[in-house]
Design a protein around this ligand. Structure first.
Ligand SMILES: *Cc1c(COP(=O)(O)O)cnc(C)c1O
Length: 221
């Protein structure tokens, strides 16, 4: 099996210009995250606030930390403190909570809207037809800064099947740019994981979130 360092270096060498690599670190001990950082990772994605706090104590804040899990309202205060970007805002309710907490500390919180591009009822994310409305409301909130969109897409064995979902999300991203909302900077289209990032890149992703292909299969040490 190849090492974390080799995996990171191979991925970085493969990325087209303008694309950023995020290490999805859920379940990984801080020492492994540190290894990835030493190999050139600049963005860590975390699904849990608690896990991120533990990892940050070891890895430090010289890299950027993104939240990519489902954010509960009672974790918003802490999340604002420790993350540089929250990728998973999927309701006005959550956006308003972030606004309230960010305002209290005079911080402007960068966020992405999570799109449920597969329209899967059991999954988080806002359905594609609701994205423009949510973005319009979010850009009215002075302590949030909308930086783009994120999607998971349905998990399938064949990554090719993810293509239409990535494509629809990219078209939404372009539509958002076109309508020229105030108070946003549409920089990130976050899509693609270990099995699907190549397709995501073809469909315009500029931030890919990779776990397994960096750290190896989860649950195995
Ligand atoms: C775990 C996770 C990833 C990475 O998944 P892999 O298949 O291990 O690359 C990407 N995005 C999110 C939101 C995740 O939870």
């Amino acid at each position: 099996m190849s090492s974390i360092k080799e995996n990171v270096k191979a991925l970085l060498a493969e990325l087209p210009p303008g694309v950023e690599l995020e290490a999805a670190a859920k379940g990984q001990p801080p020492e492994k995250i540190l290894e990835a950082v030493e190999a050139g990772i600049k963005i860590i994605g975390e699904n849990y606030v608690q896990e991120a706090m533990i990892a940050q104590a070891v890895v430090g804040r010289s890299v950027r930390w993104h939240f990519i899990g489902h954010l509960q309202k009672n974790k918003v205060k802490k999340a604002i403190e420790i993350f540089d970007l929250i990728e998973t805002v999927d309701s006005l309710d959550l956006a308003l909570e972030i606004e309230k907490r960010a305002a209290a500390t005079s911080k402007i919180m960068p966020i992405l809207i999570e799109v449920n591009s597969g329209r899967e009822p059991q999954k988080f994310g806002v359905w594609p037809e609701k994205v423009i409305d949510l973005a319009t409301e979010i850009t009215k909130l002075p302590h949030l800064k909308l930086l783009g969109l994120m999607t998971m897409g349905p998990l399938t064995g064949d990554p090719e099947e993810a293509r239409p979902y990535f494509r629809e999300t990219r078209l939404l991203f372009e539509e958002l740019k076109r309508i020229n909302l105030p108070n946003c900077e549409l920089r990130y289209l976050s899509m693609g994981m270990s099995n699907s990032y190549k397709i995501a890149l073809e469909e315009g992703a500029n931030l890919i979130r990779i776990g397994t292909r960096i750290f190896g299969p989860r649950g195995k040490k």
